[in-house]
Ligand binder design. Structure first.
Ligand code: APR
Length: 238
């Protein structure tokens, strides 16, 4: 059996990484979250965007994969599993999943916004959140930016192709912890449903996918995923 997982911020929430929208209630509440995750925001306030990502970089390094990530990795003992994630953390990898296709980039990659050169120097730690920090400069004079796909940017070609392929070949698509409103990732479950693939949604809250999914499980990732594989045949019969 081939299982493809499409994950979003919700799967990492129980590890202590705030979801995209939860974060808006914290230190950065006064900023529009789109401004912190967009090319426009970077051009007008790189010091805000850099501080936001440096803090998230620190946060992710201090948390651990949870039983949701671990369950997905454990499925590899029984099935052919591919993970597509919108998350920029590495918690799926640290739980042992392979391959993991990062549609929205990675918090551990940085490059120059002008010449594109990779940046490998150690980053300053940010143990407490700060609202502003100027990014380092590249030799060419450009600014070092996070390797994240912002609003207004194209998804990386390789991961996107791999994701489309993983959906096209899946027997079951498990969609976990995503609000399902950010395209093109949100279109992948639609593609699977159109092909007649079983789509199981795991999310404590309803989403635009809920109505159409083959099965919706209104539970958190750490509750639902560890028993999902065993329960799947029975759940699909009901
Ligand atoms: N288990 C499962 N789902 C959860 C949990 C949990 N413990 N906690 C929250 N959720 C669900 C929420 O109900 C919500 O539907 O996770 C979803 C998180 O939604 P978003 O914060 O919108 O995250 P995501 O869907 O990953 O966002 C997509 O938007 O800005 C971007 O690029 C960013 O990759 C991100 C994209």
């Amino acid at each position: 059996m081939r299982i493809t997982v499409l994950s979003g911020a919700g799967i990492s929430a129980e590890s202590g990484v705030p979801t995209f929208r939860d974060d808006a209630t914290g230190l950065w509440a006064k900023y529009d979250p789109y401004e912190l995750s967009s090319t426009d925001g970077w051009q007008t306030h790189p010091e805000r965007v850099w501080a936001w990502y440096l803090w998230r970089h620190h946060l992710v390094a201090t948390v651990e994969p949870n039983n949701g990530h671990r369950a997905v990795a454990a499925w590899q003992d029984y099935a052919d599993v591919a993970v597509i994630t919108q998350n920029v953390d590495d918690l799926h990898e640290r739980a042992g999943s392979k391959p993991v296709h990062h549609l929205h980039g990675s918090l551990s990659e940085f490059w120059c916004d002008t010449c594109g050169a990779r940046y490998h120097a150690p980053l300053p730690d940010m143990p407490e959140p700060e609202l502003e920090k100027m990014p380092p400069s590249c030799e060419c004079g450009g600014l070092i930016r996070p390797g994240i796909v912002w609003f207004g940017e194209q998804l990386p070609d390789g991961p996107w192709r791999a994701a489309v392929e993983a959906v096209a070949t899946a027997d079951v698509l498990v969609v976990v912890g995503t609000s399902g409103i950010v395209y093109p990732a949100a279109g992948l479950p639609e593609v699977a449903l159109a092909r007649g693939t079983i789509v199981v949604e795991v999310n404590p809250q309803p989403t635009p996918l809920s109505e159409n999914a083959t099965l919706t499980i209104r539970e958190s990732a750490t509750t639902a995923l560890p028993t999902l594989l065993l329960q799947l045949p029975a759940l699909l019969e009901n």
